[in-house]
Design a protein around this ligand. Structure first.
Ligand SMILES: Nc1ncnc2c1ncn2[C@@H]1O[C@H](COP(=O)(O)OP(=O)(O)O)[C@@H](O)[C@H]1O
Ligand SMILES: [Mg+2]
Length: 255
């Protein structure tokens, strides 16, 4: 059963979708390179609701990865405020930030980033190793996740025995094994041919629609971005447009 702040445990109320999971207020990121400082983000404000599927698009150098790294608590802004699930992220120590990341966030990268010497199910189990969950329970959960991405038949294959699309599905299963509140993906289709890329996108759409998974995806590809209900375009360190087709935010409900 899912917990919603307004309703407590029970059937999610439609208005629970109004719940804001990410709020950025005037985020600035300056990379200090001695004399030549780079203003990668110049004042970004945005809100993301539970259950949103958001793409962030922009040309190379526009600030997408910088924004993603801040959203994913992998980097800190130079100025501005970031509230993640109501918590002011700036106030947290490095250790608390890492814990928050492990507990609440999942990541999928362009290069899959699977451990080569481990098979699919062992890769998916990795985020659970420090969770205190028993090994049999971990295995059971990891297999369940592989089934979710339709890869249970490949559980004991090494990454090099899998196609690019299959490796990315293993990476998605790994990102979701902790039931993250938000799934971040940085160019997840960037290393795949267009047909496989479309299949991976369909997978994200399904996770969003059927499980209410909140997804934030970075892409430079307009065709990829335009499949999402909400599309943010970043240009020169600022939000150039934010097209939101969620009407009234009645559905879907997310974690
Ligand atoms: N670690 C860094 N140090 C200095 N400049 C950086 C660093 N990372 C990114 N930049 C600069 O910040 C700007 C935005 O980069 P980035 O966020 O990687 O863009 P994108 O992901 O949209 O291609 C670029 O001008 C880039 O050169
Ligand atoms: Mg980038």
């Amino acid at each position: 059963m899912r917990y919603s702040e307004s309703q407590g445990f029970g059937v999610p109320h439609p208005w629970a979708c109004m719940r804001i999971v990410i709020e950025l207020v005037n985020i600035v990121k300056i990379y200090d390179q001695g004399a030549a400082e780079v203003r990668a983000l110049r004042g970004v404000s945005l809100k993301i609701h539970a259950g949103d599927f958001v793409t962030i698009r922009g040309s190379s150098g526009s600030g997408k990865s910088t924004l993603m790294n801040i959203l994913g608590c992998l980097d800190r802004p130079s100025a501005g405020e970031y509230f993640l699930d109501g918590e002011n992220v700036q106030r947290l120590t490095k250790t608390s930030l890492a814990q928050l990341r492990n507990r609440k966030l999942g990541f999928v990268f362009q290069g899959f980033n699977l451990l080569k010497r481990m098979n699919a199910v062992e890769n998916v189990e990795m985020p659970l190793v420090y969770s205190g969950m028993s090994p049999p329970r971990r295995r059971e959960r990891a297999l369940h996740m592989l089934k979710l991405v339709d890869l249970e038949q490949r559980a004991y294959h090494q990454p090099n025995q899998l196609s690019g699309g299959q490796q990315q599905r293993v990476a998605i299963a790994r990102a979701l094994v902790n039931e993250p509140q938000i799934l971040f993906a940085d160019e997840p289709t960037g290393n795949l041919d267009s047909k496989t890329g479309q299949e991976i996108l369909t997978e994200f759409e399904r996770l969003n629609r059927e499980m209410g998974q909140t997804i934030v995806m970075v892409t430079h590809d307009a065709a990829v971005a335009e499949r999402a209900p909400r599309q943010i375009v970043v240009r020169d360190g600022l939000i150039a447009s934010d097209v939101d087709s969620y009407s009234g935010r009645m559905a879907p409900c997310g974690r």
